[in-house]
Write a protein that binds this ligand. Structure first.
Ligand SMILES: CC(C)(COP(=O)(O)OP(=O)(O)OC[C@H]1O[C@@H](n2cnc3c(N)ncnc32)[C@H](O)[C@@H]1OP(=O)(O)O)[C@@H](O)C(=O)NCCC(=O)NCCS
Length: 160
């Protein structure tokens, strides 16, 4: 665990700060994912979507312009949360940040009374599959060509 990391929710920020964080996330997202898989981190997320949570990881030390190391997005629908995205910026990978973010998400959803977390992952994303498996997610379904021709999607579920 990294005591020097902070995990926050964009909904607890004021507008200008939230938009700055969303802009940073959008830049990492664009670098990391092909266009058809990129999530749209628009300002609407902060304004209008209370069921959609955007979490982000920064260094704990207060800074006027914090750097986003990692982020995650999930949507709550009653007892189920759909985890749309987990991403650690490339230079911060393999240092336990993803693991810490997953632990946080799991504990938070459990505390909020959520019963299951669902997600879809590309079969070829071995790092992500391994991270999810380490956190107790089980593979429930595979759909060929889910992301694009030749790219299988795997549905994983965690019972809380
Ligand atoms: C998947 C991802 C979030 C992991 O984040 P991370 O901070 O590097 O992960 P951690 O350092 O916390 O590692 C946790 C576990 O993830 C797995 N993992 C992470 N990187 C891995 C790699 N390169 N190869 C294999 N397993 C890996 C391992 O199980 C690891 O546990 P271990 O250290 O005991 O082996 C990160 O690689 C990433 O953002 N990838 C690109 C985006 C992506 O694929 N997102 C998921 C789909 S939306």
């Amino acid at each position: 665990m990294h005591p020097d990391l902070t995990i926050s929710d964009i909904h607890s920020l004021k507008k200008d700060q939230a938009f700055e964080i969303l802009a940073q996330i959008a830049r990492v997202e664009k670098k990391t994912f092909p266009a058809n898989e990129a999530f749209q981190f628009s300002e609407e997320l902060w304004r209008k979507k209370p069921n959609t949570r955007v979490l982000y990881v920064t260094r704990a030390a207060a800074s006027a312009r914090p750097t986003v190391l990692a982020y995650a997005v999930y949507v709550r629908q009653r007892g189920v949360a759909l985890l749309n995205k987990v991403c650690v910026a490339e230079v911060y990978r393999r240092q336990g940040v993803g693991r810490q973010l997953m632990t946080y998400i799991r504990a938070r959803l459990q505390r909020e009374g959520c019963q299951q977390i669902h997600l879809w992952v590309d079969k070829a994303r071995l790092s992500a599959r391994s991270l999810y498996a380490h956190n107790g997610f089980e593979e429930r379904e595979q759909i060929p060509d889910y992301y694009a021709p030749g790219r299988t999607g795997i549905k994983m579920v965690l019972d809380l």
